[in-house]
Design a protein around this ligand. Structure first.
Ligand SMILES: C[S@@+](CC[C@H](N)C(=O)[O-])C[C@H]1O[C@@H](n2cnc3c(N)ncnc32)[C@H](O)[C@@H]1O
Length: 639
């Protein structure tokens, strides 16, 4: 099938909801593709679905605008840091560090990573007033466009634009920032996935309602309270604020499993095996409870000495007589070393629950505090960071990762900051037989108060970067965390993935549009795709391939078509470069015939680098070839 696609200026995020609706309710769309809500509602009502009449929900200025942001096309391309990714420790890595605005990156990843991520942890700006959060947005909608796209009145469109341009830090601004990110993030989560979000008093109330809105109230799992500071601050104005929150929602509560916490050696040490029971160590437990009960009073004999026991007055046996006799027969009751002590039940370690239920209280004794996190960062990078990027302690993040993911899962953090999530994953992997991988996203935000941060000065000198951003700190921490593990745990790191790959967003070329349809006097000339350099073509390719569903860690094979290099990945062949000739076409078809590992289901060409005669020839030859071989190969001419 021949397809013409103008994709690059239309890189919209995946929206499977629409696909589901079209698949199941195709008859509720009219000829123009408009959805007929009344028809849909009538049909659902006839299947006895109740519609809620309650008009309760979260509303804010910018709500319709933030919906638009969630579905609007990306305005960037993805570029690979080839030199870094080709280092031996990184070539086969499944870990990713992505540089750029996370909304853009989430949009790029939404196709290839749809339902691939088991757990998301994020620590977004808290909007404390002092953390520098301001709403920033370089999308330049006109009032008219916004009216049409967001379906709002002229007056509202004006107010929204005013507020998106005013660098606001209101609750509305924060919600407008968070909504589209959470909305797309949800689509990346597996059906049994979970998301944890750190937050404090400033936005916790707004965030809870927002999470209800995006993930559904029924998918709420827990609100954890983490003790971030270990001592009470006596200089606090009213009350010392020692905690913050971690909110947890599941994608689908009926599928989710929150793992138990592992038992500690201390807990297990309470179990011994003084009578050499073949079932292993045990601890003794009470067989009586308070309060007199008629049926709970009866006599039993010690099987060793025959001594008779009944419950003391005011108490009752906690099991029936038949059960107690059975337990005695099975050597599950202990009468002391001499067989004359009051009976107690044996609780075998092998039979107790293998783990402990996690609690919503995360005390700093077990899960670390802000100072601990700073120390951890300092040990790797040196110096202190500013409030805006306050790191989290590894013990806290590791705990959340253990609760929310299995040992081979993919974990994402799209407000990576100093990279604690990546560091924690590496350590967890080395501490057990785990192979979790990560996707971290971080904005190359300029670090302010630079002189105060010795890490910054150190980095500047060490890396030779004139103005390192927080992204360089993230990257450097991940490198150093891996090196530290290599040094300290040479045995455990064997075979572990300690590397990562780096990609970044770059702005899409201005005026990138296919053909100037209306050639008026002052219309700029059409974009010259054929003038793009090697690096630009590579960025275009990475962006397309990711949009087509190939993960970033999946590298394409350079496929030689007799001197013309195509790129082959996931049964898709990309022909990006110029000078494709009939000879290359002949080789291409021969190779499809002869090479068992080469089975393109789609041939995608960058139209600007092809002459129309080549395109026609390619299209026709592919059609003939498919007919002869009963194959299906889509031919996609893309811009
Ligand atoms: C509170 S910090 C995260 C700290 C992190 N949990 C740690 O342990 O280091 C939030 C980070 O999100 C980054 N950030 C803010 N807006 C972003 C955006 N739109 N895209 C990507 N990163 C962003 C900030 O630069 C900041 O470093």
């Amino acid at each position: 099938m021949d397809i013409q696609q103008s994709l690059t200026d239309n890189l919209t995020p995946a929206n499977k909801n629409l696909e589901v609706l079209k698949a199941h309710f195709g008859h509720c769309f009219d000829k123009q593709g408009n959805f007929q809500m009344e028809k849909f509602q009538a049909e659902l009502e006839s299947s006895e679905l109740n519609f809620s009449r309650e008009s309760y929900g979260l509303d804010w200025l910018g709500r319709s605008y933030s919906r638009l942001l969630a579905s609007d096309a990306a305005t960037t391309l993805l570029r690979e840091d080839e030199a870094f990714n080709q280092k031996p420790e990184n070539t086969n890595s499944q870990n990713l560090l992505l540089k750029g605005d996370n909304l853009e990156i989430l949009k790029h990843l939404s196709h290839a990573y749809h339902e691939k991520v088991k757990m998301i942890y994020i620590d977004p700006p808290y909007n404390t007033g002092g953390d520098g959060f301001v709403y920033q947005d370089d999308r330049k909608f006109t009032v008219k466009e916004l009216q049409r796209l967001a379906g709002v009145t002229e007056e509202k469109a004006k107010r929204i634009l005013e507020f998106t341009m005013s660098k606001s830090n209101s609750h509305s601004a924060w919600l407008t920032f968070m909504y589209p990110r959470l909305y797309i993030a949800k689509q990346l989560l597996k059906d049994d996935g979970v998301i944890f979000v750190s937050i404090d008093d400033n936005e916790v109330a707004q965030l809870r309602l927002l999470m209800d809105e995006v993930f559904g109230e029924e998918n709420f799992v827990a609100e954890f309270v983490w003790e971030k500071i270990h001592s009470v601050k006596n200089d606090a104005k009213y009350v010392s604020d020692n905690h913050e929150y971690v909110l947890c929602w599941s994608k689908n509560k009926s599928e989710v499993v929150i793992n138990l916490m592992s038992r500690t050696a201390k807990m297990d040490s309470a179990y011994t095996n003084i009578d050499d029971d073949p079932r292993g160590p045990w601890a003794s437990g009470d067989l009586v409870a308070n309060e007199e009960r008629k049926e709970g009073s009866f006599e039993v004999n010690s099987p060793i000495t025959g001594k008779v026991f009944n419950v003391p007055s005011g108490k009752h046996w906690v099991v029936s007589k038949a059960n107690l006799l059975e337990m005695i027969r099975d050597n599950r009751v202990y009468f002391g070393r001499d067989g004359n002590a009051f009976p107690r039940k044996k609780r075998f370690l092998s039979e107790v629950q293998q783990g402990l239920k996690p609690s919503t209280l995360l005390g700093c004794k077990d899960f670390g505090h802000n100072q601990e996190a700073k120390r951890e960062l300092k040990a790797l990078i040196g110096g202190e960071l500013i409030a805006k990027h306050t790191p989290k302690p590894i013990r806290l993040i590791s705990h959340l990762i253990r609760l929310g993911s299995g040992e081979n899962d993919l974990i994402m953090d799209f407000f990576a900051g100093t990279g604690t999530t990546g560091d924690s994953i590496l350590r967890l992997n080395c501490a057990s037989n785990a192979n979790r991988s990560y996707i971290l996203v971080q904005l190359p935000e300029v670090v302010f108060d630079q002189d105060k941060i010795s890490s910054y000065v150190e980095l500047k000198n060490e890396l030779g970067i004139e103005e390192p951003t927080i992204f360089e700190i993230t990257k450097e921490r991940l490198i150093r965390a891996a090196n530290k593990l290599r040094e300290e745990r040479p045995v455990e790191v064997a075979g572990k993935d300690l590397g990562f790959k780096v990609f970044e967003t770059i702005p899409l070329w201005e005026d990138y549009h296919h053909k100037a349809e209306t050639l008026e006097e002052d219309t700029p000339p059409p974009f010259r795709g054929d003038l793009l350099g090697v690096d630009d073509l590579q960025a275009l390719f990475i962006t397309w391939k990711t949009h087509d569903g190939s993960p970033l860690t999946e590298t394409a094979v350079d496929y030689d078509l007799g001197g013309y290099m195509g790129k082959y990945v996931n049964e898709r062949l990309y022909l990006m470069e110029k000078n494709f000739t009939t000879d290359h076409l002949v080789t291409l078809l021969q190779k499809v015939d002869a090479d068992a590992d080469f089975n393109p289901r789609a041939v995608i060409v960058f139209e600007s680098n092809f002459q129309s005669k080549n395109l026609r020839e390619l299209s026709e030859s592919l059609k003939n070839f498919q007919n002869q071989k009963s194959l299906e190969i889509d031919f996609i001419m893309r811009f």
